[in-house]
Design a binder for this molecule. Structure first.
Ligand SMILES: Nc1nc2c(ncn2[C@@H]2O[C@H](COP(=O)(O)O)[C@@H](O)[C@H]2O)c(=O)[nH]1
Ligand code: MN
Length: 458
């Protein structure tokens, strides 16, 4: 039999992309002396979808933010720059930025306060690593807020890691079954984390806030946290799968904007995993709120919640929100139409309602956003002691740090001016404020690093 002698270049000239199968195919064709016609029939099986190119021009997006001083103007310019790269991603059809937007990661990464709409594609990098970071409010009626804060302090758990075995909340059977039935979540370590992390709030700017409703005078608790280790692990697996598709389908797409096509098995399973993690996160808030009521033998009069890091589906469109509050009813069809927007520990938490427009795309801001990076904020405090800064910024409030170490990067001055955010919400049509939760006090993780066991002198 005549020995053919093709090589990798032959396959590339025929329009194939270099891949793992190349060597095996070259050997098969050469050793069997395939004719040109036979070779083309054999190569049929390796034909792949054509490469999907980036949009030549960034898709337009709505800018619902205005810089009101030099620092804010430079922040807006950086946010617009990064969005312009994100909007070149081939699946993207629309987008928006909110008044609390700030860059997060390399240029071309969706900013915090960003909304990106895609067609038939889920982009794990666009809902952020803290999948389903969310807020829940429970109304306990006319109860002394100090009693609620004390009970909450006993009930909650902040800091890295999870709860010890004797301190865990019950992991609902339905959730366990859902984890076990999902290809992304059915992992021993994932289920172990889902048990241990239930009823935990983590660290950073996650908080438990006690306040009073301006409308009713009732005492309420608002918690802010996400999906903890189970969500972080799902994000990691999602990014890995998306990267496999990116290499095959669209190598010019930035790594952070890789996507999982919704119609594939992986896409269907990832979508289901996101919904299960959402349920887990809701339970993560609920068990703390219920425990507070149990500790005081009181009832919960009202409860609602919303996530601000998630993907919402409408027909074949996927609305990715990284730090944006979903206003649109169909994004959360089974929940109340009230949404929560925190600003900082000394400002009221806003209770908001709203509808979709061409410019808000169904979203509102998710907070005030940071003014400066954490390290810059620390430097700006000059010679003042931590105790002085803390006293100044939390006057009249009962603010506690679970680790007993104040984290000054979480005090009100770390965040943008709340008035500006409220003004821009009004100016850009980003929801209507229907109530405000006036602050009484709050609990946050605090500075865990400061007295971490590995730093303590023996
Ligand atoms: N009421 C409080 N709001 C706070 C506090 N710390 C931060 N924040 C606000 O939350 C948003 C959301 O932050 P993210 O982690 O989800 O991006 C942030 O922009 C602040 O405006 C607090 O202690 N109490
Ligand atoms: Mn959050």
């Amino acid at each position: 039999m005549e020995k053919k002698n093709i090589n990798g270049y032959t396959l590339i000239e025929l329009g194939f992309r270099p891949d793992k199968w190349f060597q095996e195919a070259i050997n098969h064709i050469n050793e069997n002396g395939l004719s040109d016609e036979e070779m083309m029939i054999y190569l049929e099986q390796f034909k792949s979808d054509p490469i999907i190119e980036l949009h030549e021009k960034a898709v337009d997006f709505a800018i619902n933010i205005k810089g009101e001083n030099e620092l804010e103007e430079s922040n807006v310019a950086s946010v617009v720059k990064t969005m312009n790269e994100v909007m070149k991603t081939p699946t993207v059809i629309d987008g928006a930025i909110m008044p609390d937007a700030c860059p997060s990661g390399a240029v071309g990464t969706i900013p915090v306060g960003g909304v990106v709409v895609t067609e038939n594609a889920i982009h794990p990098g666009m809902h952020s690593a803290d999948i389903c970071c969310s807020l829940m409010l429970s109304d306990y009626g006319k109860v002394d807020p100090k009693l609620i804060l004390d009970a909450a302090h006993e009930a909650t758990h902040f800091g890295p890691g999870g709860r010890s075995r004797d301190d865990q909340y019950r992991f609902p059977k339905e959730l366990l079954i859902a984890f076990e039935e999902n290809a992304f979540l059915n992992q021993k370590f994932m289920i172990a984390d889902a048990r241990k992390h239930l009823g935990t709030q983590g660290d950073g700017n996650h908080f438990l806030f006690v306040g009073t409703s301006k409308n009713t005078g009732n005492t309420v608790v608002v918690t802010h946290h996400g999906s903890r280790a189970p969500g972080a692990k799902l994000f990691k697996s999602g990014m890995k799968v998306a990267e496999k598709f990116r290499r095959k389908l669209s190598p010019k797409t930035l790594k952070q904007n890789a996507w999982i096509p919704f119609e594939t098995n992986e896409g269907q399973e990832y979508w289901k995993a996101l919904q299960i993690i959402r349920e887990w996160t809701k339970q993560n808030h609920t068990c703390i709120h219920d425990d507070i009521a149990d500790k005081l033998s009181i009832d919960v009069k009202d409860r609602f919640w919303n996530e601000h890091n998630f993907v919402f589906k409408e027909d074949d469109k996927f609305y990715h929100a990284k730090g944006a509050t979903p206003l649109h009813k169909s994004f959360m069809p089974e929940d109340s139409d009230l949404r929560l927007i925190p600003l900082n520990m000394a400002e009221p938490i806003l209770v908001v309602k709203g509808t979709k427009s061409d410019t808000n795309l169904g979203f509102a801001p998710h907070g005030a956003g940071r003014n400066l990076s954490r390290s810059q904020h620390r430097k700006n405090k000059g010679d003042k002691t931590i105790a002085e800064i803390f006293a100044e910024e939390t006057k009249g409030l009962d603010v506690r740090f679970y680790s007993n170490e104040v984290d000054i990067t979480e005090l009100p001055s770390a965040y943008k001016d709340a008035k500006t955010v409220r003004k821009q919400m009004n100016e850009f049509g980003l929801g209507e404020i229907v109530d405000e939760i006036l602050p009484f006090g709050s609990i946050m993780a605090g500075d865990w690093q400061k007295n971490a066991p590995w730093k303590r002198k023996k």
